[in-house]
Write a protein that binds this ligand. Structure first.
Ligand code: AMP
Length: 129
C-alpha cells in the first residue's frame, strides 16, 4: 500500500506544497514544531534514509538545502535545523525546522495554524525559491 507521502506526491491527499522536481517533493508538515516546518521527500518510496541509494541521498540533501535556504529567508528564526526521524511515516523525509529554541527541535512542542496561515507560509517560502 502506498505511503501517505506517496499519496500526497500523487495529489490524492492535499498538502501545502513548497517545491517539486522530477525526484523530490517538499510540503509543510501538518503538525508543525514551528512555523514553516517543512518535509522534503524523495518520490521513490523507501522506508529508511540509510537504505537510499547514494545518488538519491545526495540529491535529497541538495533539494533540502535549496528549500531550507528559502525557508530561512521566509521565516524569522535563529537557523533552520534539519532532522530525520521516520518513526511515524515509513517513507524517507527530512524535517526542516525554523528554530528559535531547542523546544522547536523536540517534537513535543507543537504550533497550530489556520488553513489561511498555512497557505500564506507556503506562498512566502515558494516566493523565495
Ligand atoms: P516522523 O515519521 O516521526 O518523522 O514524523 C512524520 C511527520 O509527518 C510528522 O511531523 C507529521 O506531523 C507529518 N505528517 C503526517 N501526515 C502528514 C500529512 N498528511 N501532511 C503533512 N505532514 C504530515
Amino acid at each position: 500500500m502506498p505511503s501517505i507521502f506517496t499519496k500526497i506526491i500523487n495529489g490524492e491527499i492535499p498538502c501545502y506544497k513548497i517545491a517539486e522536481d522530477d525526484q523530490f517533493f517538499a510540503f509543510l508538515d501538518i503538525n508543525p514544531n514551528a512555523k514553516g516546518h517543512t518535509l522534503c521527500v524523495p518520490k521513490k518510496e523507501v522506508d529508511k534514509i540509510m537504505d537510499l541509494d547514494a545518488e538519491t541521498y545526495m540529491g535529497l540533501m541538495r533539494f533540502a538545502r535549496k528549500v531550507g535556504r528559502a525557508l530561512e529567508s521566509a521565516v524569522p528564526c535563529k537557523r533552520v535545523g534539519m532532522t530525520v526521524i521516520g518513526l511515524e511515516v515509513p517513507h524517507v523525509h527530512v524535517h526542516l525546522i525554523p528554530l528559535q529554541t531547542m523546544a522547536n527541535a523536540t517534537f513535543q512542542h507543537k504550533e497550530s495554524f489556520t488553513e489561511a496561515e498555512f497557505m500564506a507560509i507556503a506562498e512566502s517560502i515558494r516566493a523565495r525559491l
